[in-house]
Design a protein around this ligand. Structure first.
Ligand SMILES: [Zn+2]
Length: 306
């Protein structure tokens, strides 16, 4: 009897951490899935709910999302209320205790990220429908990409301590590849520092700050509020006054108003994805920046903007 017991103890001790199985990770966006894949490698399975060509504020909640959440060990969200319009009822309906907000398997990826546009006054509806806790589109700065990677890797290591070294190594590798790529991106855009642009939604403030663009206005009058004729006229006047020649539009917005603005001001309208999967070329986190920066540089050269 005693021998059997000892044998069992020996067997358990010999079971490697990987025998716990891969961590089943669900993310809200493809950006987070891409970063989770970088740091998790073959120790995880990962799937995003929203597609990169969808507006992450307003994702259609599908029943299949609840099934995925039921089986998840980890749920990674961008946070800052980005997903407030669609995610909370899904988490609740999944009845998965592991991934409820505050539970061990719930990761708020933007915890350590640099967040811009944090309101300093009392937040009211007059400020718009979204972004009440600051601008959530923080992944559009590779420096924040590294911070998000660390947040995710730390959680994986906490849940799979036997694989800690793997996650640490993969995070270091991701961060150093990102550092090298970022130097290249900065060099590509350096000649055009201060280029004035307009964007549809406030998806690019972190990107603009990192890479030296000057966003002078938005097609939306307020975050989450559709264009209005008066705002569009005011914006066109301001663009003419400041000689702005580029309008950046996220893939999920109607091009009607941006194209009208383009015709009125002579500006080029660029569809620029703020997410992995927004276009097929932006198939991982580094390729998203490759794509956007090439697109921008080509357009700036074409319009001669500065
Ligand atoms: Zn937003």
């Amino acid at each position: 009897m005693k021998q059997t017991w000892l044998l069992l103890v020996a067997l358990f001790a010999a079971v490697p951490a990987s025998a716990q199985g891969k961590l089943n990770v669900i993310t809200t966006t493809e950006d987070l899935a891409a970063i989770a894949r970088e740091v998790g490698g073959d120790r995880i399975t990962v799937e995003a709910m929203a597609r990169g060509y969808q507006d992450p504020h307003f994702v259609e909640a599908k029943p299949s999302f609840i099934l995925k959440l039921q089986k998840a060990d980890v749920l990674v969200v961008v946070g800052r209320d980005l997903e407030i319009g669609w995610l909370p009822p899904l988490i609740q309906q999944s009845r998965n205790g592991k991934i409820q907000p505050g539970a061990e398997g719930y990761v708020d990826a933007s915890q350590q990220a640099q967040i811009l546009e944090v309101p300093t006054t009392q937040v009211t509806r007059a400020m718009g429908d979204v972004h009440r806790l600051g601008n959530p589109h923080c992944w559009m700065d590779p420096e924040n990409g590294k911070r998000i990677g660390k947040e995710i890797a730390d959680k994986f290591a906490q849940l799979r301590p036997g694989d800690r070294a793997v996650f640490t190594q993969r995070l270091a590798d991701f961060s150093s590849r990102l550092d090298a790529a970022e130097k290249g991106w900065l060099a590509q855009l350096a000649p055009y520092k201060g280029t004035k642009v307009v964007t549809y939604h406030r998806s690019f403030p972190n990107f603009a700050e990192r890479f030296g663009l000057d966003i002078i206005g938005y097609v939306e009058p307020k975050p989450g509020i559709p264009p209005s004729p008066q705002h569009t006229l005011d914006l066109q006047e301001e663009m003419k006054r400041q000689n702005v020649k580029l309008v950046l539009v996220e893939p999920y917005f109607d091009l009607k108003t941006p194209n009208a603005i383009g015709r009125a001001t002579g500006a080029e309208v660029l569809v620029m994805p703020p997410s992995v999967g927004g276009v097929k070329e932006a198939s991982d986190y580094l390729k998203l920046f490759d794509y956007d920066i090439n697109l921008l540089v080509q357009a700036i050269k074409k319009v001669g903007a500065k």
